[in-house]
Design a protein around this ligand. Structure first.
Ligand code: DC
Length: 215
């Protein structure tokens, strides 16, 4: 029996995957889960409680996380992204967040999830998989502009350094490292505007949807 129409959107920090996932949600009328927010919430909550260095405390925060904890604007900061990447290396944190993500993905109407391991670990059966990339320089520019608009005083060089650290940590961890699934379509958005990237993503998913409808 075929499962729901799940769209998995993976890729590194500031690749544009969040904007693409939101656009796909609108285009296909599907709910969207930004799974980075789960890790950001765990990082911020455990750091506030002084437990960041302890994997068990991080895992306990992950196990009790609720959807209403994901709307805190503090989760959108540069610091929250770094904390998220740090707690995301712990296998117990990842396994504690697995059910939340799979429950979201099991909605009958279908769904869009964006993250690092959606196509490989969370929803390996997803009928549509995208891996969104862009060069580190382009990603740093985008993230820097976003942070500046949020009022964060940070230099472009600092953001580029963050991106290199995050790429190495997210791609180098043992448990569910950031990787394109073998059946993911790669979308390099380095030379694209966000509208072009969103359009390209929509066309890829339309083709996947037609295959899924006919299966
Ligand atoms: O997508 P983001 O920048 O909000 O993610 C923040 C961090 O969370 C990212 O650097 C690694 C971690 N993360 C993860 O390990 N797996 C996911 N599915 C999503 C995010």
């Amino acid at each position: 029996m075929k499962g729901p129409f799940v769209i998995a959107v993976d890729g590194p920090a500031a690749s544009g995957k969040g904007t693409i996932a939101t656009g796909l949600g609108k285009a296909f009328d599907l709910p969207v889960l930004d799974t980075g927010l789960l890790y950001r919430a765990v990082g911020v909550l455990t750091a506030r409680a002084g437990g960041l260095g302890d994997p068990e405390t991080c895992a306990a925060a992950a196990a009790t996380l609720t959807a209403d904890q994901l709307s805190d604007p503090a989760l959108r900061t540069r610091e929250a992204g770094e904390l998220a990447s740090q707690v995301a290396v712990h296998p117990h944190v990842r396994s504690a967040l697995l059910e939340f993500q799979r429950t979201f993905a099991s909605q009958e109407q279908g769904s869009v999830l964006d993250g690092r391991d959606i196509g490989t670990v969370i929803c390996p059966q997803a009928p549509a998989k995208l891996y969104v990339t862009a060069s580190p320089q382009v990603r740093a520019q985008r993230r820097w502009r976003q942070l500046k608009a949020q009022g964060e005083p940070v230099s472009l060089d600092e953001v580029l350094a963050d991106i290199h650290i995050r790429d190495a940590r997210d791609g180098g961890r043992d448990d569910a490292p950031m990787r394109p699934a073998p059946d993911a379509v790669l979308l390099d958005t380095s030379e694209m505007t966000i509208e072009q990237a969103a359009d390209a993503a929509r066309r890829i998913v339309e083709a996947a949807r037609a295959r899924w409808d006919g299966s």
